[in-house]
Ligand binder design. Structure first.
Ligand code: HEC
Length: 177
């Protein structure tokens, strides 16, 4: 069968995306204070598998990220915590919305670049109705802010220890009314 160079290129492009998955998410996609297109695409490609399309998670398995990200944002030291959560994941017993979870969130250090991590954090702060509770002086995450936390060799358990030091359970534990 005859294939035009254009079709071949397109096929190659698709194959590359399939082969490398999220690593090839285009960082050039527009992003703004709310994460924009880059944040949404990153969420849909990486986070949605666990936290689901509407952020409500799977009861008892994956926690909801409706409300919680904004509550965590209000805790001192949380910017570093959220950056490390994205890079290295989280493992340990946590209390969220009146339920207990003790699962592994996988870190995305090898999957997402700094711009994608900043954008997806900004996205979850605004999506799922979270923007309504976000303080007016919200300072969007930037790629430059994420970069220094890379390559520290942390584990998901180390991030859990930081979560404990910052007292994050106190803000996530209460059941949603
Ligand atoms: C493999 C499934 C999985 C993926 C993929 C995943 N998460 Fe999670 N996430 C979890 C689990 C499980 C927890 C709770 C961890 C625990 O039980 O210790 C969690 C916790 C969280 C929390 C709450 C942290 C806290 O301290 O209460 C946020 C916010 C979050 N995830 C955001 C994200 C974002 C954004 C992405 C995409 C970059 C993502 N997650 C990808 C499974 C996942």
């Amino acid at each position: 069968m005859h294939t035009t160079p254009r079709t071949t290129l397109r096929t190659l492009g698709l194959a590359a995306v399939l082969a490398f998955g999220a690593a090839l998410l285009p960082s050039a996609l527009a992003q703004g204070a709310d994460g924009g297109e880059l944040g949404e695409t990153t969420y849909n490609t990486v986070c949605m598998a666990c936290h689901q399309m509407d952020g409500q998670g799977l009861p008892g398995v994956y926690p909801s990220i409706i409300g919680n990200p904004v509550r965590i944002y209000g805790v001192e030291g949380s910017r570093e915590y959220l950056a490390k959560l994205m890079l290295y994941g989280l493992q340990g017993e946590v209390n969220i919305d009146g339920a207990t979870y003790n699962q592994l969130m996988t870190g995305q250090e090898m999957v997402l670049d700094d711009a994608q991590i900043a954008a997806v954090l900004n996205y979850v702060m605004h999506a799922f109705g979270n923007a309504d509770a976000l303080p007016e002086d919200y300072e969007p995450f930037t790629a430059e802010e994420i970069a220094p936390y890379r390559g520290l060799g942390l584990t998901a358990a180390d991030v859990y220890a930081l979560r404990g030091e910052l007292g994050i359970d106190a803000v996530t534990a209460p059941a949603n009314e």
